[in-house]
Design a protein around this ligand. Structure first.
Ligand code: HMG
Ligand code: MG
Length: 302
């Protein structure tokens, strides 16, 4: 199959990227990050997470962030909502899309959301109905689709089972997430092809972490089998608090550089993303993890 001519890049840095930071980042800095990303041209930004602040303290300012950002018409600002309490908060904050999240691995579901996969789906039923009632987009995210830090192997069949459950809840989009970055291209294609039997491939996204350096290869492999939505994180920010050793999502700058080279349209201004990556990295006091971002920033100084 030939590559898609255009892809949607969902920027997850303000949520997935920052959630694991130990030092509290002010709402002002998060707002500036989201605004910079909006200006760079993303059509979907994961900006907030209405989860328990005891579980993920860094996301406790999510309402403030959502209230402070400058929204651009047509841009979807998403928020994680593990239950109705999260949904009510997301609704009040004006989220355009709510994200329910479970796992292809039982062990990870227990660690991350303190319940089984089946129990999580039961909790999401109310969230899905409320999203439908309020005409808010619903996205389902499936962690550990290629391997689990606690249980090890995860089969394509196990991923497909959760895809079916999320499809039946009425999800508009479903993320196949490599939380610990262990997927490799042929494995990724096998999973994507299996889940595409259950849910339209045009509404499936690839959420890759670069822990083992496979993320760009996995994105390319996914495009070869028809996936055209990808998640990435500016400056390669990230890691999951419930997956020890998990590094960041694939860096947005690296994905955009690859897409540019392939002639795949994204609608996003790479230079502005590089600026946003340098901004947040300076704030965090460390170098960005994006190779392309750092190379472009260095070239500017030369
Ligand atoms: P629990 O302790 O089983 O729930 O947690 P609970 O209902 O017993 O509530 C405990 C306390 O949390 C109560 O407060 C609730 O009110 C409060 P208390 O009475 O003790 O003061 N609470 C909430 N507060 C704010 N917002 C809420 C909320 N819900 C309950 N929505 C729960 C269950 C699901 C809440 C918890 O496990 C949780 O918040 N987990 C979230 C973990 C998380 O955010 N992980 C990271 C996101 S997933 C991820 O990063 C992976 C992904 O990016 C894909 C990938 O990268 O692979 C999606
Ligand atoms: Mg992630």
């Amino acid at each position: 199959m030939s590559l898609p001519t255009q892809v949607k890049i969902v920027e997850v840095g303000p949520r997935d990227g920052l959630q694991n930071e130990k030092e509290t980042i002010s709402a002002e800095v998060k707002i500036e990050l989201v605004d910079r990303l909006t200006n760079a041209g993303f059509v979907n930004i994961e900006a907030a997470s209405f989860v328990s602040p005891k579980w993920v303290p860094q996301m406790a300012t999510s309402a403030e962030v959502m209230a402070g950002i400058q929204r651009k018409a047509g841009v979807i600002y998403s928020a994680l909502t593990p239950n109705m309490k999260g949904f009510e908060a997301a609704l009040a904050a004006g989220a355009d899309e709510v994200v329910i999240f479970s796992s292809a691995s039982e062990a990870f579901a227990q660690k991350n959301i303190n319940c089984s996969i089946a129990e999580s789906i039961e909790r999401f039923r109310d969230v899905a109905a409320a999203a439908n009632q309020h005409k808010i987009r619903l996205r389902g995210s499936i962690s550990c689709a290629f391997g689990c830090p606690y249980q090890g192997e995860v089969t394509p069949e196990q991923v497909a089972d959760v895809v079916k459950l999320m499809r039946d809840l009425g999800c508009d989009e479903i993320d196949i997430a490599d939380t610990i970055g262990v997927g490799t291209p042929c494995h990724v294609q096998a999973v994507m092809q299996r889940v595409a039997q259950e849910f339209p491939i045009a509404q499936i996204s690839g959420h890759f972490h670069d822990t083992y350096g496979q993320a760009l290869a996995n994105i390319y492999a996914s495009m070869e089998v028809g996936v055209s939505i990808f998640h990435s994180s500016v400056a390669g920010l990230g890691g999951c608090p419930y997956a020890k050793g998990a590094t960041g999502n694939v860096a947005t700058e690296d994905v955009l550089f690859m897409m540019q080279g392939l002639g795949v349209h994204t609608g996003i201004d790479l230079n502005q993303v590089v600026d946003a990556g340098q901004f947040i990295s300076q704030h965090l006091g460390r170098k960005a993890v994006s190779r392309a971002g750092n190379a472009i920033a260095a070239k500017r100084l030369a």
